[in-house]
Design a protein around this ligand. Structure first.
Ligand code: ATP
Ligand code: MG
Length: 391
């Protein structure tokens, strides 16, 4: 995929615009502007050159010469993966040969940006990520209890921790560590905050990576592979959720120093600047001391706030059981409802409140008990005296 520079007569310089942000936004910026995809153009030109070589042996006019100078050529975030290494390392030269009037690059690798910046006039556009405002804080304050049962102290700490984001001069993110037992609302709280800001939550679960894959995901591998940096660039949410941070091997901790400090994340291929947004890490650590011990002072000190989620009390657990049960009952048909002994069911589930505190487990348990009662009622219906009262 190389082009000789005589493909087109170079009439004028190319204006390059670089867009950093989500694809949906880039497409919106593009609107109905007529454009050609760089990827397709490169394939077409490659094919033409191949045919020319086969047929012409240099005696014929190059086929490309019949082409018009492209007006607007576009490359999207995903496209760079399809170019070979040679094309990427000679990107600016290749663009010179193609010589479009305008080139729009969406989330290009750093090497591509550096090259085009050296050769052409470049303007850079950045997506405005949803920002925490005083209004967001009001909504958190008012809506928290409707989403989360208990965890009142969390709400207070959260409001205090997010407050600095409302300052107009702020350029760096706020970095939070949510810690505490499993299934008590950490991920749910991150989702709640994001729902107030908008965009699809960027959520990375660190338990899902094996060490070898994780290294290239974090530090960057071949430019065609997915990476944390690229996911950061492509995101559209105001919250960045790094779920299960405690499951990452400590050798990866240093990758986060710069990001947590000033919002800069660089890997082998990409350079990302995260602005005044919210980065939330979650973990099952039990105390601040344990976090400091596990993460080390360097990383520990980079968190703006550590927010503890507590085990739910028995009355709180009972309230959650009721919420889950009501939600499930709402989904049943009238016939199914007739088969159920709702009071008995509720009582049985309340009895579980002292033993099961993990809400995720509680929800599964509610489903199990509910299905079991329904099935039992269905298969033993005529002789089931326990159910006859509600029939
Ligand atoms: N305090 C709570 N009030 C209401 N619902 C809750 C609460 N805690 C958890 N849930 C519900 O339970 C489910 C699991 O909660 P969540 O994913 O937030 O747990 P978590 O604290 O992140 O646990 P883990 O440490 O295992 O990731 C979600 O569906 C959530 O809505
Ligand atoms: Mg979670």
């Amino acid at each position: 995929m190389t082009f000789s520079s005589q493909v087109w007569n170079m009439s004028a310089d190319t204006t390059v615009s670089i867009f950093y942000g989500p694809l949906s936004w880039f497409k919106q910026e593009l609107g109905d502007l007529e454009h050609e995809s760089l990827l397709e153009l490169v394939h077409e030109l490659d094919e033409e050159r191949r045919q020319f070589r086969l047929v012409g042996h240099g005696q014929q006019e190059p086929l490309e010469s019949s082409r018009q100078r492209p007006a607007l050529v576009v490359a999207e975030s995903n496209d760079y993966a399809s170019f070979n290494e040679h094309f990427i390392t000679n990107f600016a030269g290749q663009i010179r040969s193609i010589d479009p009037e305008e080139l729009w690059l969406h989330n290009p690798p750093a090497i591509v940006q550096a090259q085009v910046q050296r050769l052409f006039g470049v303007n850079v556009e950045r997506y405005d990520y949803p920002a925490v405002t005083v209004e967001t804080l009001v909504k958190i304050n008012e809506g928290f209890a409707a989403h989360l049962v208990g965890q009142n102290a969390v709400k207070e700490s959260l409001l205090a921790a997010l407050y600095p984001l409302t300052a107009s001069g702020r350029t760096r993110p706020v970095v939070l560590m949510f810690f505490g037992p499993s299934g008590v609302g950490k991920t749910e709280t991150a989702q709640f905050v994001n729902s107030l800001l908008g965009g699809e939550l960027m959520r990375k679960q660190f338990s899902m990576f094996h060490s070898d894959k994780f290294a290239s995901y974090l530090f960057g591998g071949h430019h065609s592979e997915g990476s944390f940096a690229r996911d950061l660039l492509d995101r559209d949410s105001g919250v960045i959720l790094i779920d299960e941070f405690d499951k990452a091997n400590p050798i990866f901790h240093s990758a986060f120093y710069q990001l947590f400090d000033g919002g800069l994340f660089e890997d082998k291929n990409y350079h990302v600047e995260v602005g005044p947004e919210v980065i939330i890490c979650t973990s099952n650590y039990e105390s601040e001391d344990q976090i400091r011990e596990a993460l080390g002072d360097a990383l520990f000190s980079r968190f703006d706030a550590l927010i503890r989620f507590r085990q739910l009390s028995r009355p709180e657990t009972v309230r959650i059981i009721d919420i889950i049960l009501d939600r499930r009952l709402n989904d049943l048909t009238e016939k199914e409802l007739e088969l159920l002994d709702q009071d008995g069911l509720r009582e049985k589930l309340h009895g579980m409140a002292s033993n099961v505190k993990n809400v995720r487990k509680l929800a599964k348990f509610v489903d199990e008990v509910l299905s079991l009662q329904l099935v039992r009622a269905l298969i033993t219906r005529p002789s089931n005296t326990e159910l006859s009262a509600s029939e």
